[in-house]
Design a protein around this ligand. Sequence first.
Ligand code: ADP
Ligand code: ADP
Length: 234
Amino acid sequence: SEIIKLINVKKVYRVGSVETVALKGVSMSISKGDLLSIMGPSGSGKTTLLNMIGLLDKPTEGNILVEGVDVTRLTSDQIADIRNRKIGFVFQQFNLINRLTVLENIELPLIARGVPRNIRVKKAVEALRLAGGDESWLRKRPSQLSGGQQQRVAIARALVGSPELILADEPTGNLDRKSARLVVETFLKLNESGIAVCVVTHDPEIANCTRKVFIIRDGSIMSVEEPDKDKCIL
Ligand code: ADP
Ligand code: ADP
């Protein structure tokens, strides 16, 4: 069953009098348990597409359906509520807050939902374990951890609210091969537990670990390819 469906989504950025057509009318859907990747050259619209799927920005034209409901008709608060319940995000730069501890970073999505502290801590510890992290990190600041460790904390934060879908934008772009492998292993494990995963990547060795590769060029999906499993980083 479908989690999210994009119908003819067009995105135009306007900066002053300059218009950039970042997406030309993209249709795609993500179903429960999917494991997808999006590849394409720099500037082709990958991040914009991920932002549309993640309900982080509104399309200029077209529709985005979540469980059949057209979110383009909802208010920003209603969209934020759907996003917080259904989607976890992982970014290339980790996007952790360094004045907070690792525990506080992971708890953040639950604070936004008003979950009581004892439950937040329990869920944060569990999420960090699922993401391949260690409890000894909980009281540290993100900057005291390696890049690979910080990305595992970021994955824990993405996981903590029990999302149906994890969206990752170049999650291994700043990592060495060993850490990249750990991130991919974690995504596959989460996928096996039923969470849909969609990864934007430049790295064919990452895309080849997924089950479907969307190739995007110049704001359009050019093709959808089968991965070459023998060329997965694992
Ligand atoms: P990719 O992730 O494939 O590098 P992006 O989705 O970031 O591509 O960008 C697609 C196009 O849209 C590019 O031409 C980029 O410069 C432009 N773009 C992206 N975000 C913005 C923005 N916030 N304002 C103006 N132009 C943007
Ligand atoms: P990526 O790693 O996906 O290529 P970018 O460097 O293209 O990321 O974009 C980083 C951020 O800058 C994004 O939030 C994007 O929307 C924004 N951005 C990209 N291109 C432009 C642009 N031409 N004008 C304004 N903002 C942009």
